[in-house]
Design a protein around this ligand. Structure first.
Ligand SMILES: [Zn+2]
Ligand SMILES: [Zn+2]
Length: 348
């Protein structure tokens, strides 16, 4: 088959890779139809180590990509919910499905959880075919009334946004700040209003991203003006619910600055290697810190009805559609943020 293959930092190529075969009885083989590139893929692209993965030393080539949808073409004997021919979307990774964390709805805390396409531990779905283990748990039939774009966003970005935003303990009437307006932050802005926020301050240095947030009803701010404007508008109190969706050093620092006394700040951005929390400020301001990787599977029941009822639209987030064969160029362009790129969908 053809796939996007990681050969080393900044060396992702469209090339021939062995076809997958059923890895376990609970696996399916998916014929991938669409996939997308995520901000977390860029950490790998740069050669920054993620979790247990190391990219800087010698790497055995693997297929990249953890956001994909497609059609089931082969089913293991222990798969009960799915059949050949079904259209499905996949969660960004697979848990063990048996431990206490998995069984209590916190699959991402599973010690055995493995991401697709971020290391040689499990090949990803920016490929013509991919093996998906624990299929009964990790796959979701494409829901009725949900667009192609939504299906891809449900593999990670939308779930990460919902997970991160709700962990601010947002209540109707609250003021919210969203720091970092990539696709996850922008979905967070829309979700904040859906969940009852009275005002959303949306912060990012890139003007077209602020424009997107403004169109959703947010007060969009450049980082340089965010602190004085927010302090003025909140009469010096700061923001009670802060959602950080960037992971950059500046974004994390600003999230703590705009957070008010007694606030909750929730972090989902994969941190740059040199990010630190200013603990003295956290302590003096009595900020409750939440940080985590979304359990994608566990967000679907919340998000799918919102999409089906039109309460969450998540529109205009895919700025580019390219073919999988153009994947090397897609990564290069996404990394350099050329052409106002927000998110890239690839068709297989
Ligand atoms: Zn992702
Ligand atoms: Zn587990």
């Amino acid at each position: 088959m053809k796939a996007l293959v990681f050969n080393g930092p900044r060396d992702i190529q469209y090339e021939t890779f062995p076809d997958p075969s059923l890895a376990t009885d609970n696996s399916v083989i998916l014929k991938v139809e669409r996939c997308s590139i995520c901000g977390s893929d860029l950490h790998m692209y740069h050669g920054e180590n993620l979790g247990k993965a190391s990219y800087s030393g010698g790497v055995t080539p693997f297929c990249v990509g953890h956001e994909f949808t497609g059609e089931i073409v082969e089913v293991g004997s222990q798969v009960h919910r799915f059949r050949v021919g079904q259209q499905v979307l996949a969660s960004g990774g697979a848990p063990c499905g048996k431990c206490k964390n998995c069984l209590s709805g916190h699959a991402q805390r599973c010690a055995g959880w493995t991401a697709f396409g971020l290391s040689g531990a499990m090949n990803g779905g920016q490929a013509e075919f991919v093996n998906v283990p624990m299929a009964d748990l990790t796959l979701q039939p494409i829901p009725e009334g949900v667009t192609v774009e939504h299906s891809i966003l449900l593999t990670d970005a939308m779930c990460t946004a919902y997970f991160g935003l709700t962990r601010t303990n947002l209540e109707p009437g609250d003021v919210v700040a969203v720091v970092g307006l990539g696709p996850i932050g922008l979905i967070g802005v829309e979700l904040a209003f859906t969940l009852g926020a009275s005002e959303v301050f949306a912060i990012d240095p890139v003007s077209h991203r602020r424009g997107h947030a403004r169109a959703l009803g947010a007060t969009a701010l450049d980082p340089s003006e965010a602190l004085p404007v927010i302090m003025d508008k909140t009469l010096g109190a700061g923001v009670p619910r802060v959602f950080e969706a960037s992971g950059s050093k500046d974004a994390v620092a600003l999230a703590i600055k705009v957070a008010g006394a007694g606030s909750t700040a929730s972090f989902v951005g994969l941190p740059q290697p040199d990010v630190q929390l200013p603990m003295l400020k956290v302590l003096y301001k009595d900020i409750t810190i939440r940080a985590g990787v979304a359990s994608v599977i566990d967000q679907w029941p919340h998000l799918i009805p919102l999409l089906q009822h039109g309460r969450l639209k998540a529109e205009g987030l895919f700025s580019h559609t390219m073919a999988l064969s153009e994947g090397a160029e897609a990564y290069r362009m996404f990394d350099r943020r050329e052409d106002n790129v927000l998110k890239i969908m690839m068709t297989v």
